[in-house]
Design a protein around this ligand. Structure first.
Ligand code: SF4
Length: 250
């Protein structure tokens, strides 16, 4: 390295000392190469801190929850969409926090809104019967909805409501870590899988959500309205049980 270039570099490094402090340059007489290498390491560290600060700015507190209880307490007063104003009770989810099987519906109905628990009332009782028919108790699985608040008159959730609320469900899935998910109804399955398919199409395949197997069947409320669909549901849940047994065999 030429003498003038070396002198210039030493001057530059001295200037940088004001920015990066003594940790960068303990001794200006050390070799220029060593100083440059320290400077480069310091810049990389600063870059890392900047990335981490930027990431944290965009991570909401609920995403840092370490348990379902913690998550529930962080989001139960949510008012991110208009349904927060009209709900009676926030409906978080219920069941085994370490369940291998998770059931997902679209939104609370009247009974759920009153009791603060998903799948209660007539539809809930039918769901319990369906679960028992495939040798599950309600307490074995984890049950949640895409929306945590009831849409007025049980209308379908609006796309904006689903988009706003679904990160909570994603976090619940992260915490429960199920091996398999059964979506109850077209809206729940399309919402989770981000698809626009008919329930008939959704029932034909096993899907993947972040490495978790996903199946779809009828919503119990739909089965109450149309008992002819019970046969199809029975076939679906038998497949679901078989896949669950395969996935949990080891
Ligand atoms: S539906 Fe979801 S996003 Fe809307 S207020 Fe309720 S919890 Fe919040």
């Amino acid at each position: 390295m030429e003498l003038t270039t070396k002198k210039l570099l030493i001057e530059a490094i001295k200037d940088q000392q004001n920015i990066f402090g003594d940790f960068l340059l303990e001794n200006v007489n050390e070799s220029v190469e060593e100083s440059l290498s320290k400077k480069s390491a310091a810049i990389k560290e600063i870059d890392k801190i900047e990335v981490s600060l930027t990431e944290n700015l965009f991570v909401e507190n609920f995403q840092k929850a370490e348990s379902l209880t913690d998550l529930n307490s962080q989001i139960c007063d949510c008012q991110k969409c208009a349904l927060g104003k009209t709900r009676t009770k926030f409906v978080f989810g219920v069941g085994n926090p370490n369940a291998d099987a998770m059931l997902i519906g679209e939104a609370p109905g009247r009974d759920e809104d009153l009791q603060g628990e998903p799948f209660v009332g007539r539809a809930g009782k039918l769901l319990n019967d369906i679960l028992r028919a495939i040798k599950f108790e309600r307490e074995d699985v984890y049950i949640a909805n895409i929306l945590k608040c009831r849409p007025p008159n049980n209308r379908d959730p609006l796309p904006g409501e689903m988009e706003t609320c679904i990160p909570y469900l994603h976090k619940q899935i992260d915490l429960v870590k199920p091996k398999i998910i059964l979506c109850l109804g077209r809206v729940a399955a399309n919402g989770l899988l981000d698809k626009k398919l008919s329930l008939g199409q959704l029932r034909e395949s096993v899907y993947d959500f972040n490495g978790i197997k996903v199946m779809a069947t009828y919503h119990p409320a739909a089965l109450l309205r149309n008992p002819n669909w019970k046969r199809g549901c029975w076939e679906d849940v038998q497949k679901f049980r078989k896949l669950y047994d395969d996935l949990t065999a080891n």
